[in-house]
Design a protein around this ligand. Sequence first.
Ligand code: GLU
Length: 468
Amino acid sequence: MAITRFAPSPTGYLHIGGLRTALYSYLWARKTNGEFKLRIEDTDTQRNNESAMKAILDAFDWVGLNYDSEVEYQSKRLEIYQKYIDQLLEEGKAYNCYMSKDELDALRQKQMDNKQTPRYDGTWRPEEGKVLPSIPEDVEPVIRIKSPDDGIITFIDGVKSIMNFDSSEVDDFVISRSNGMPTYNFVVAIDDALMNMTDIIRGDDHLTNTAKQIVIYESLGFNVPKFYHVPMINNPQGKKLSKRDGAMDVMDYKKLGYLPEALLNFLVRLGWSNGDQEIFTMNEMLELFNPENINKSASSYNEEKLLWLNSHYIKNVTNTRLSKELEFFGCHLKGHDKKEMLLDLCKERAQTLVELDEAIKKIVEVPNEYEKKGAKKFVKEQTPKILKYYLNTLEENVGKLNIASDYEVITKPFIEEFGLKFPQLFQPIRLALTGSTQAPSVYDLMAILGFDEVKCRINKALDVNFNK
Ligand code: GLU
């Protein structure tokens, strides 16, 4: 039974890398009948922002990742953190450091000049027999934890296997700022321990933080959970994913017309695989996902694949669901008597809901103008006559015209009788019905619109001789 969490800092929107680790944590918890928690890491009061917090919750809601119990806010847990800071101070495992910002800057500069990695030099670290400097009056202290001064900090990562950090890489880092606010690495470790996390799945940009957090676990005698550090998502050129490549707010994917199941399916495969399977329903993800199989190398964002998955899901979800999703784009199909036919036709070609919406509007809305190039090519002297005869033929059979094949049965003999080629009839009809020659099958279009509307649109086009 795995207890996992997603722990975003509300300093910006939720991007797809974050959603991917949330999904992995969610799957692992649900698969093992464990718990999945959402914790908002909002102790950095200067960088937090309300709308980012809301965007995170909205994104979770949209993709349908449900979490157990209430959302935890670190800002409401400050007393708990203080208790552990006091305990560490009392036990001599942490100490006040009065080094001023100028002194710290000077130290860092000196180390860099000497080609050393900047690290705190232990000036205020109490040691037996060591005389500490006298406490300056004008400096509010920070609190630092005593990190081991020799040996290695080690843990087994579920993705990267054994990880070793020389203790020289982890200095006595700050656990509480001079304003009394505890720092990220401290509160994460406290919360993960107190919330009984068994498995921490997060981006591999946190690897060095993990070494620091292990120092805290060990100082407080907490059990160290299992860690899985997931490699980054890169752009197709192997560089860091930028906003232009797809590192957008998760909710932008909604605005671009992606279905949440397509996005989740895309994300589960970006960093994890099960043979060469590409399509995963949520149930299959739950059945097959295991963090031990997370890829060891970075993955590459592939927009075409996302579009391909999205068109798959657009074709495969129910029409009721599609019409509900389309409402977000201002497309209301509720009262449309041919709703099913319309969706069946348009969803075949749409890669996104935006494209689906456009395709539907192109049929439902009466055209106000006709594509010039198409009209020039396909509307000839005899076109009005052909169309009038054709409308008469349809009218004679109007009682038999319901579905696309009914129109086909009437149209084929008509074409033969008049010795026409299909485009001579069909392209002017497409133009009259939609304003464009790029529309889908004429039989489908006519079946959806119904004879009266077809007649009306054709007559309207004839009235202006397709010239508007
Ligand atoms: N709050 C951290 C962040 O947003 C994540 C912490 C974690 O997963 O440990 O990067």
